[in-house]
Write a protein that binds this ligand. Sequence first.
Ligand code: BG6
Length: 489
Amino acid sequence: IKTSKKLPEDFLWGGATADFQFEGGFDEGGRGILSHDYETDGSQEHPRHHTLQMPDGTIITPQSNFKDAEDVPEEAVPVFVKGQYYPSHKAVDFYHHYKEDIKLMAEMGFNVYRFSICWTRIYPTGEEDQPNKAGLDFYNNVINELKKYNMEPLITICHDELPMNLVLKYGGWSSKKVVDAYVKYAKTLFENFGDRCKYWLTFNEINAIRGFGQLGVRKADGKERYQADHNMFLASAKVVKIGHKMMPGSKFTAMYAMSELYPATCKPEDMFHHLQEHRENWYFIDIMARGYYPSYAPVIWQHHGFDKVDMEPEDAEILREGQLDFVSFSYYRSNITKDGDPWFNIGGEANPYLKKTQWGWSVDPLGLRYCMNEIYDRIQKPIFIVENGLGAVDQADENDYVEDDYRIEFLQEHLSAMADAINIDHVPCLGYTMWGPIDLVSLGTGEMKKRYGFVYVDMDDKGHGTLKRTPKKSYNWMKHIIKTNGAAL
Ligand code: BG6
């Protein structure tokens, strides 16, 4: 069926960033050390890693990412190693460029900007009694600048990060102390920014984070991880309840890595395996958006080698009272899975029917429409696409101008699929924030070469460059799409 791609009048168009990939200023304004600050740069061939030191002075460099995360010896402590480049320290320096960057976004027609607050700018160790004034001032300035252009802030309270102190002292989310620290931190945000901010996101890609410095637990799997996840569910639910009370009309979500997972074939064993593996994602959405543990939870726990997550009697009520108002997710690709594959929530092989990006991610616009329908059918709450985009190598000319027709094509196809889900399938979708509207550091590989933006930033993988911002060809294309509210797609 062909229908108009024009979207509802109140649709939110914008972009999304994370503090440690975008902001920089890591030793300014009293900011404390974050778990990400010890992560080096890398590439597709050479994974980024954390730099840690053993008691005898030996430096060890365990990989930091996802399922490849190695168990980290208890005695290892993080250190900065001379000569290593740590991208979070400078990122692309939004800290000093925020006025210019917000102006560029506003001129494209954005009416929403999703950004994460750096926890250690507000509480440098996570444990202070009083928040850091310079940190509050910085985000107050950012929010006021957004409001000047009528842009709605969508605030990620925690984007895969922890104050390093909380990782070292308490083992991260394994400890209830960290739940308390998070609740205190979130309350401070509501007190200071709640008068101007309606949309809040408690955790980024909560189903995907694992490993040292992200969950803050040192083992990447098993009971320790699911117990830490339980603490995050409680932290999110507590904050949702408090937020609703402190800011009437506020809307809360958490964010899921929902790149679509298909069965490799229609063989019943592959289909059933797909159902089970897919539940590794639903687990998170079901608990947080429906407010209770689903009946299949024990199957997942047993698969990971333990019988049950330990819970206090009051936990069920906390989860019920702190349900999310809407479901947000990132969508980059689709993967396939077959009988015998490991259960992993964002894993799988690339879909053989699809072309791939330079980083091997399958390009699947229809998968976005599929995913939107699937989530809404299941949860029956509005959705919000808070990350999508194409990471590609851009060739800038002598004026730093990039003709990124491949990015336009990617976005055209994905936004059309999104419009079809809204206009044909009637999925209520609040908005779309493209990942990295201004080039930023890649999370997965720590490089600048993998660029997502509408705006080129003159900086290389090691942080060299003028940091000058230059709109790409896609900038004006997107501006037109937003101006017509999707009709020009
Ligand atoms: C999501 C994260 O996983 O994907 C972002 O929330 C990340 O922080 C994005 O940047 C894209 O991944 P990458 O590895 O290309 O930066």
